[in-house]
Design a protein around this ligand. Structure first.
Ligand code: SF4
Length: 340
């Protein structure tokens, strides 16, 4: 029995931050030793919102691969691949799009929330909603099934998309016979990591993130500006660490000194500047192994390209195998199913 397939990935729209690391990448690093791991760099999906800016997507493909590699994704264990180079995904998307009604797509809670966000943003009545955007869960179903994925680690907001993918698989198998594997969601360990400003979400574009690629100077600047308990005015005022983002990150990064930080804060024996300096030191220690690996890959971009090429070839091999089964089931395997 081979190992079960897991599929994860990201859209190449910007650098990964520590929210991504704790929210998903850390778990992937662990899981790559237990599962046959495919990591998709979803450039086609990134184009859904960035179709007018393909240079941004392209620029971020290799950067994202470097983020993965410096976070501990091992190319000997994981196939890191580029979505647009797997045409079978596009083929499956077309086939699945017949099986999902537009009403069902609109009912997807994540889509619904994003539609209302777009409406507020653009002040229109939905004219900015593209066919590609609405069909996002359909293409995600294609991503998952193209590799016989059985396990998919997701954040809570992605659960409705995964449920929709499972519906598509069940419908497909019901109509055409048992062909596709049904992916199962596994919730990421930390659903969401808060931003330095106290926002519930750390976000690329929210200005509240520490990126895995940030240098010492940037980390220092960001931590020094982090939100603390606003009731603490003077250095020796007692404060509530639970109202402080600095404390939140001390905890997240498992500062061994955490109990002292908490007690000294509560008793007014600790100033915020010193506390932030301590967090910077903890964060620098945390980022050290990432930086060492990043340096190697940034200095050797041809190695990154080789890894991407090998990962994409492996993914293509798998997708071709699945597509052969799908074509047979849908009776579009003309001329013996061989390409001409
Ligand atoms: S002392 Fe530390 S934990 Fe307490 S409010 Fe200041 S930064 Fe936050």
């Amino acid at each position: 029995m081979g190992r079960k397939v897991i599929l994860t990935g990201d859209r190449p729209t910007g650098p990964l931050h520590i929210g991504h690391y704790f929210g998903s990448v850390k778990q992937r690093v662990k899981m790559q030793y237990e599962y046959d791991t495919y990591i998709i760099i979803a450039d086609i999906q990134a184009l859904t919102d960035n179709f007018q800016n393909p240079a941004k997507v392209r620029r971020n493909v290799r950067k994202l691969a470097i983020d993965y590699l410096s976070s501990g994704i091992d190319p000997k264990q994981s196939h890191i691949f580029i979505q647009s180079m797997i045409p079978e995904i596009a083929e499956l998307t077309v086939l699945y799009s017949n099986m999902v009604t537009v009403a069902r797509l609109y009912r997807n809670p994540t889509t619904k929330a994003e539609v209302s966000h777009k409406k507020n943003l653009f002040g229109d009545s939905g004219e900015s909603i593209t066919y590609g955007f609405l069909g996002y869960p359909v293409s995600q179903a294609a991503d998952l099934t193209a590799f016989d994925c059985e396990v998919c680690p997701v954040g809570e907001d992605q659960v409705p998309h995964l449920e929709q993918a499972r519906e598509i698989v069940r419908k497909f198998n019901h109509i055409y016979g048992d062909t596709l594997k049904e992916p199962k969601a596994v919730l990421s360990s930390h659903a969401r990591i808060k931003g330095l400003d106290g926002n519930e979400k750390m976000g690329k574009s929210l200005g509240n993130a520490i990126f895995l690629s940030d240098d010492t100077e940037t980390v220092t600047k960001k931590v020094m500006a982090a939100l603390t308990d606003t009731s603490k005015i003077r250095k020796d005022d007692p404060a509530d660490p639970d109202k402080c983002m600095v404390y939140y990150y001390h905890k997240l990064l498992e500062n061994k000194n955490i109990e002292t930080v908490c007690e000294e804060c509560k008793q007014g024996k600790r100033g915020c500047v010193a506390c932030k300096r301590e967090l910077i030191a903890v964060m620098e220690e945390f980022l050290k192994p990432f930086r060492e690996k990043r340096k190697y890959y940034e200095e050797n971009p041809e190695i990154v390209d080789e890894i991407l090429k090998a990962g994409t070839l492996a993914a293509r091999r798998k997708a071709k195998e699945v597509m052969k089964r799908v074509r047979k089931s849908v009776q579009i395997d003309y001329f013996g199913g061989k390409s001409i």
